[in-house]
Design a protein. Structure first.
Length: 101
């Protein structure tokens, strides 16, 4: 018998997942530095502010419109703008994770 303590089911599952990732070619992630964590937090804060700004403008525009067709168009534009802001945030965070920002 080995002198090593028995692994928990969680540890065994994590070992299997790591082996599967290595076989699939997935890179093991390195821990983020404090600077990277701070940058990610700043990016999320900026994105949250931008999303809040978009929502305020959207509500103002909807409140000033009574035409249902115009409201539908405003909703579509808001969804597009929101998606762009979220996509931009996610792309910037991915850059930080890769160490390129």
């Amino acid at each position: 018998m080995s002198d090593k303590p028995l692994k928990s089911a969680f540890e065994l599952a994590m070992d299997r997942l790591k082996k599967k990732d290595l076989a699939d070619g997935v890179e093991e992630s390195t821990p983020l530095t404090k600077a990277q964590k701070d940058r990610i937090a700043a990016l999320r804060s900026e994105a949250q502010a931008k999303l809040a700004e978009l929502e305020i403008l959207h509500r103002k525009n909807v409140a000033g419109t009574s035409d249902p067709a115009a409201i539908v168009k405003l909703e579509e534009n808001y969804a597009i703008d929101r998606g762009r802001a979220e996509s931009r945030r996610d792309a910037e965070i991915a850059k930080v994770h890769r160490g390129k920002a």
